[in-house]
Design a protein around this ligand. Structure first.
Ligand code: HSE
Length: 451
């Protein structure tokens, strides 16, 4: 039903007609033993007795598929458990539940497909997989009456998907807005608090192991974009894939933007936003100026947080570590236990059908903007610049002429904050301002939250 975007993701457990009795351990097959896979192995080994006591479950690591059998690992596993044969693992009789900790779309997609097809529930931390081909995998899981759990795919250790799929399933969520990329939050925090330049902090983030050697996915917004798609899909029960998400990263953010935000009592954050309005969904990732009194403004360093707005519940914020071996493995362990309990009872959590939602193009979204220009300091210039705003129906909330930034004797620095305006109208205003001969420089246009 195009246009319908209620949350149809159902928490109802459906009877699968297959239950595994209490008499034997449940056997887990893990695909991948990198950072996250090894942390999960460590938790399962360390906490077996505790987990048994709390849940009545005995979880046994049956097989772990790795690329290199002799690679050094942080966990010890008997040689009989390690295998290079991931294809056999996903259909093996001695594996009851498959954990996918490989990342990337292939071979994770075909291995997950094979596992679900063989009637084995899957726990995954793979955002690319869920954000790109989640719909086909949920349908397959449904057909085979098994779980596909993905708590760790968004914001690592923060219990978020379970909150949306279970605790808030009856809620009409109107907006999900979050800081879901730790690398960029670390960079922006350092730029804000230490006055450092983007390039300088990126180097530091790479030395500290936050940022990859190729930081593109983090700094240009595609990592957050995949997470935004999953959040939209889960919160609204709608078909949203990574390619539907408008993405802008932080690589263009400079000192001037950070200083301008601070002067307004704001900080710049990279936000993932999914909102529902009049039967449409808008999903985007972009830097934004966030007022200091908004809870997301206080999320510093590599931490993540997601702010949910629901019609009945009001505002909810979830905060924690969005990456790292143990936080991510902790989230996977929670999924694993729930999936194992379902298997024992012969039920599974249905994700429900995803609606074909109308996706609002970025041009049609509305936000307030901070815009800055260096202009000739001469009569009529302010009128010419502000005239362009009026021409396109963009209403100015405040304007300030300062001697900061690029200001010199004959160059003035102008900073505008608009009321909420249509994206396409702001873009048209900027095009016109750029063409004015009195304009020396057009700075970044940055959205402002809370206006
Ligand atoms: N690179 C991501 C981050 C973690 O910096 O938050 C994995 O999604």
């Amino acid at each position: 039903m195009p246009g319908a975007v209620e949350n149809t993701a159902s928490p109802a457990s459906s009877d699968t007609g297959r239950s595994i009795g209490e008499q034997r351990p449940l056997r887990v097959g893990i695909l991948g033993c990198g950072h996250v896979g090894a942390a999960l192995v460590a938790l399962l080994q360390r906490d077996a007795a505790h987990l048994g006591g709390r849940t009545g479950l005995e979880l046994e690591i049956a097989r772990v598929a790795v690329r290199n059998l002799s690679a050094e690992r942080s966990v010890e596993l008997p040689p009989s458990v390690l295998t290079r044969d991931s294809e056999s693992l996903v259909t093996a009789d001695d594996v009851d539940i498959v954990v996918e900790a490989m990342g990337g779309i292939e071979p994770a997609r075909h291995l997950t497909t094979a596992a679900l097809g063989a009637g084995k529930p899957v726990v995954t931390a793979n955002k690319e997989l869920i954000a790109n081909v989640g719909e086909e995998l949920f349908a397959l899981a449904e057909d085979h009456g098994v779980d596909l759990a993905f708590e760790a795919a968004v914001a690592g250790g923060i219990p978020l998907i379970g909150v949306l799929r279970h605790s808030l399933i009856g809620e009409r969520i109107t907006r999900v807005m979050g800081i879901v990329n730790g690398t960029t939050n670390f960079i922006l925090t350092r730029m804000t608090e230490h006055g450092a330049d983007y390039a300088e902090v990126l180097g530091e983030a790479q030395r500290l192991g936050y940022a990859e050697a190729d930081p593109t996915a983090d700094v240009e917004g595609s990592d957050a974009g995949a997470k935004a798609a999953i959040l939209a899909m889960t919160a609204f029960g709608a078909k949203v894939v990574a390619g539907d998400v408008h993405q802008e990263g932080i690589s263009r953010i400079g000192r001037r933007d950070i200083v301008a935000a601070a002067r307004m009592g704001h900080v710049i954050k990279l936000l993932a936003v999914a909102e529902r309005q009049n039967g449409e969904i808008a999903v985007r990732v972009h830097p934004a100026m966030v007022p200091l009194d908004h809870p997301l403004a206080s999320v510093r360093d590599a931490f993540n947080a997601v702010f949910l707005e629901g019609e009945a519940v009001g505002d909810v914020m979830l905060y924690g570590r969005g990456a790292g071996g143990f936080p991510t493995a902790g989230a996977m362990l929670g999924d694993l236990i729930r999936v194992a309990q379902n298997l024992r009872r012969g039920v599974c959590d249905s994700f429900g059908p995803l609606c074909a939602a109308r996706l609002r193009p970025i041009d049609e979204t509305f936000t307030a903007y901070h815009l800055q220009f260096d202009v000739a300091d001469a009569p009529g210039v302010l009128a010419a610049v502000s005239g362009a705003f009026g021409q396109h129906g963009v209403s100015i909330r405040s304007v300030e002429q300062t001697t900061r930034g690029g200001a010199t004797d004959d160059v003035a620095h102008l900073e505008f904050i608009t009321h909420r305006a249509r994206e396409a109208d702001v873009a048209a205003t900027l095009r016109d301002v750029r063409e004015l001969s009195v304009v020396r420089r057009v700075g970044n246009a940055i959205r402002v939250i809370g206006e």
